[in-house]
Design a protein around this ligand. Structure first.
Ligand code: ADP
Ligand code: MG
Length: 397
């Protein structure tokens, strides 16, 4: 890995602008934080900076305020939760640059920080310059610090002022979370650990089919599940039921099936239902017998067994996306059996990503059996697709 990290710079006594991904999920209505794992994930970098008597200026976006101050999207609750985890006060530092008045004067607040002290800027997206990657806003951010540290892996696929622009004006390095994500994702794509198995499912078929195309060049076996199954069924000349699938996806699926070096395994049986409803009657059918008026909502029992055989023997496993509609018990067993097999695979490197996939791992209490759970949904998919992330490319090499 060529990106410079926190280990490569001397932060002692410096003021560090740290881009974090504190865009945490909240309960609609109350704004209560439902999952603070993104805040906890920043702890290694924060503790390190404090141990070096650095002044820490955290910054993040929160939701989609579209360049305006939106009261419900202020960082107040995040700042309070962060203070609990860091065991110290986190001062509100407002936002720099021209734009909506969003709080106190950042330069004053930061100038008053003691060594090891922590401040947090207001929601970066309150300023339209953030998403536009406006050089004036990037410079205003840079003027607040001596060093820029990007620890927001989940935002690294966006070219915004706080992820790309600011890096032009300051020494720019990866924080510990960013470093670990890059190391693990690079290992997933490039290590020689064999046999390697990729498991791809979920609902974002069009996005993920390209991830699949890149992974098919780098692993021995690809196991297909989720909404993508319909595209593969159609490409194989089977009835895909009533799922809406684009011709492009069917075309890509066909190319993968017939020309990729990896073995692409598709289900041999599936669970179908007439309607996309939790209590639709589930029916197990062979792949050659998917009724025209049904939807494929999970992989079937024969498929689960054959996928588990591949997974158990693997030395490298990359998993993104549930095998079926895992939120509904009647269509959850495919995903749960894959999760059990991944957890049970002995001595394998295991990387799991994707919001719903990670939620299943958490709910089944299998996290300790997984080598790396990737935090950034879109960013990890783009990385696995083989793209260079702009927020990574902007860091010093
Ligand atoms: P992740 O969050 O793990 O990246 P996605 O966001 O791509 O995965 O998709 C997750 C969603 O996919 C889940 O809500 C799940 O119910 C849905 N899903 C899985 N299989 C199917 C299917 N066959 N038909 C419709 N939706 C599906
Ligand atoms: Mg998702």
């Amino acid at each position: 890995m060529t990106t410079m990290t926190l280990r490569d710079v001397d932060v002692t006594g410096k003021t560090c602008l740290v881009r974090v991904d504190f865009n945490v999920p909240t309960e609609p209505g109350t704004g209560r934080i439902t999952d603070d794992s993104r805040i906890r994930a920043a702890l290694p970098t924060i503790h390190y900076l404090q141990s070096k008597n650095a002044r820490v200026v955290l910054c993040s976006h929160n939701g989609r305020p579209n360049g305006k101050v939106v009261e419900e999207l202020r960082m107040t609750a995040v700042r309070e939760r962060a203070a609990d985890w860091f065991g110290t006060t986190v001062v509100d530092a407002g936002l720099p640059g021209d734009g909506p008045a969003a709080g106190p004067n950042p330069a004053l607040v930061i100038g008053n920080l003691k060594p090891g002290g922590i401040a947090m800027l207001e929601n970066l997206r309150f300023n339209p310059g953030e998403e536009a990657n406006d050089p004036a806003f990037a410079q205003a951010l840079a003027s607040l610090a001596d060093i820029y540290i990007n620890d927001a892996f989940g935002a690294a696929h966006r070219a915004h002022a706080s992820t790309v622009g600011v890096a032009e004006y300051l020494p720019a390095v990866a924080g510990y979370l960013m470093e670990r994500e890059l190391k693990m994702l690079t290992r997933a794509l490039e290590s020689a650990e064999r046999p390697a198995v990729a498991i791809i499912g979920g609902a974002k078929v069009t996005d993920k089919i390209h991830v699949l195309a890149n992974l098919a060049k780098r692993v021995d076996t690809v196991l297909i599940g989720g909404g993508m199954v319909a595209a593969f069924l159609k490409a194989q000349g089977h009835g895909p039921g009533v799922a809406k699938i684009s011709d492009d996806d069917v075309h890509t699926a066909g190319q993968l099936l017939f020309s990729s070096d990896a073995s692409i395994m598709t289900p041999i049986d599936v669970v179908v239902a007439r309607e996309f409803r939790e209590h639709s009657t589930p029916r197990i059918v062979d792949i050659t017998a998917v009724p025209d008026d049904c939807l494929v909502l999970d992989i079937g029992p024969k498929t689960r067994a054959s996928y588990a055989d591949e997974i158990i023997d693997a030395k490298k496993i990359i998993w993104n996306g549930p095998m079926g509609v895992v939120e509904w018990p009647a269509f959850a067993e495919g995903t749960r059996s894959v999760a059990r097999a991944v957890a049970a695979a002995p001595d394998a490197f295991k990387l799991v990503g994707g919001g719903s996939t990670v939620a299943v791992i958490e709910e089944m209490q299998l996290r300790s059996e997984i080598t790396h759970v990737s935090t950034g949904g879109g960013a990890s998919l783009e990385f696995l697709e083989g793209k260079v992330l702009p927020g990574v490319a902007a860091l010093d090499a």
